[in-house]
Write a protein that binds this ligand. Structure first.
Ligand SMILES: Nc1ncnc2c1ncn2[C@@H]1O[C@H](COP(=O)(O)OP(=O)(O)OP(=O)(O)O)[C@@H](O)[C@H]1O
Length: 275
């Protein structure tokens, strides 16, 4: 049963102008898979344009957080908002109820996600991989979709590979197609989930460079789930350290990497540096 059916609708802020509206807001979010409680009450806000890196031990629920934002996993409790709109819930007759498919579908378009494994369509050319969603989901014409796609593929340095198929691309090139495919939908928020983990070391740099350029453009909120600590330090405005289903510590990259306060984070960074 939906834990939210019948819950009170949160009251609007009496003075909304006083508050900058966050682009993303997790409120009291928990997630269980059977008996395993992976997230135990996450409260997190991301401001418009903010770059947030999420670090933490394997199995601490980082991917699950991103997948919930992408509407791929449903929170067990709590709410998530994107740009002021509830993601997994909607209001019906003054009550919060689980969102219907139409609402989820609309909200899904505001979030883009790039995964560790590229998940490209193997039977489609690079161009078709990138035009498919704008055509099918946004209903753009072939010409409009191709115009957007070619521009995005140019941005990730692949405008000379439009007619190629994924099997003939390197891992770094495949991942750049996956990034273009997410960006072409013009999401409000992007989630990058361990996007370099499956790459040969010599291909990591080209993908990080593309993400760096997107980050420098500034206007899109980005969640970077990563084990690339140097990259997190360079790109992120804020770093979140999660462990055992909770946000244990958060702060600027300098605070987190140079002056970790909690013993959990100190141990995590020490283990990381000695590997
Ligand atoms: N669909 C699922 N069904 C059951 N258990 C799941 C499911 N998805 C994730 N889990 C479990 O939830 C826990 C958290 O997984 P998650 O992938 O979110 O962690 P993570 O911090 O991203 O780990 P890593 O750094 O290794 O990618 C793990 O124990 C995982 O096995």
């Amino acid at each position: 049963m939906d834990a939210f059916a019948g819950a009170e609708v949160p009251q609007p802020d009496p003075n909304p102008a006083a508050e900058v509206k966050p682009m993303v807001r997790y409120k009291g979010v928990t997630k269980s898979f059977g008996d395993l409680q992976v997230l135990k009450g996450i409260d997190l806000e991301m401001q418009p344009g903010e770059k947030v890196a999420v670090i933490g031990p394997s199995g601490s629920g980082k991917t699950t957080m991103g997948r919930m934002l992408m509407t791929l996993e449903e929170p067990t409790e709590g709410t998530i908002e994107v740009d002021g709109e509830l993601l997994w819930h909607m209001q019906e007759k003054g009550r919060l109820v689980r969102a219907n498919e139409k609402h989820l579908h609309r909200m899904r378009c505001s979030v883009g996600m790039v995964f560790q494994h590229f998940n490209l369509f193997p039977h489609m050319s690079v161009l078709r991989n990138v035009t498919e969603a704008p055509r099918k989901v946004l209903g753009l014409s072939k010409e409009e979709a191709e115009e957007r796609a070619v521009s995005m593929l140019g941005k990730v340095g692949l405008d000379d590979k439009l007619k190629m198929y994924p099997a003939n691309l390197s891992g770094g090139q495949k991942q750049r197609v996956a990034i273009a495919r997410a960006l072409v939908m013009r999401p409000k928020v992007m989630v990058f989930d361990e996007v370099t983990s499956a790459l040969d070391p010599e291909l990591v740099g080209e993908v990080l460079e593309v993400i760096r350029e997107i980050a420098e453009e500034g206007d899109m909120a980005m969640m970077l789930i990563t084990h690339e600590m140097d990259f997190a330090k360079e790109i992120a405005d804020r770093v979140i350290f999660g462990a055992d289903g909770l946000i244990v510590e958060q702060g600027t990259p300098e605070e987190i990497f140079d002056n970790p306060r909690s013993e959990r984070l100190q141990n995590f960074l020490q283990r990381f540096r000695s590997n």
